[in-house]
Design a protein around this ligand. Structure first.
Ligand code: FES
Length: 176
């Protein structure tokens, strides 16, 4: 009898611990499903552009796609200024210049890697290369990395909304 009630107590205690564990793991699972704080409803992602460092590639996410954000260093900006095709791809927010593009190779969709030492992108799948503004420097990619719709709002960049700067890029063929 005593044994039975002891077993009953142990069973309840174990059940309680397991229950707490299950709730905790459900909570953790739900947290990992929740969108990041920067992701808003209706497919927009707002990026605070004041937090990026020169020549450090950051991969953000928008509508399930990787979005490369690369703040240009003064040296990179000088290089871009030498080529109008590079310069027109840059997005200016405050005093800083960025390339913001979809991080999928325009050849067959691999994710190119950024090389800060040479300030360029290499797509390991077939050896395609892009410069620091993600313009093609070596085939087979047919064009530079695409620029997603964006709108500048103060220090923020809203991905998914087509602002004037983006519309101009579309009109002039800077991006598809
Ligand atoms: Fe990038 Fe082919 S997918 S070079």
């Amino acid at each position: 009898m005593e044994n039975n009630s002891r077993r009953g107590f142990m069973g309840k205690a174990f059940g309680a611990v397991a229950g707490v564990g299950a709730v905790a793991s459900l909570y953790a699972m739900k947290k990992s499903w929740d969108p990041l704080p920067s992701v808003k409803a209706a497919g927009f992602t707002t990026l605070d552009m004041s937090g990026y460092e020169d020549n450090v590639l950051v991969t953000e996410k928008w509508r399930g796609k990787p979005i490369f954000v690369l703040k240009q260093s003064p040296k990179m900006l000088e290089k871009a200024k030498a080529n109008p095709k590079d310069l027109e791809r840059l997005i200016q927010v405050g005093d800083s210049h960025f390339i913001v593009c979809v991080g999928l190779c325009t050849h067959l969709g691999c994710i190119p890697g950024y090389r800060p030492e040479t300030e360029d992108f290499l797509c390991a799948c077939h050896g395609g290369m892009y410069d620091g503004t993600a313009l093609v420097t070596k085939a087979p990619p047919p064009r530079g990395l695409d620029i997603p719709p964006f709108k500048i709002d103060g220090n923020n960049l809203i991905l998914g909304e087509a602002g004037d700067e983006y519309k101009k890029m579309k009109e002039t063929g800077v991006t598809l």
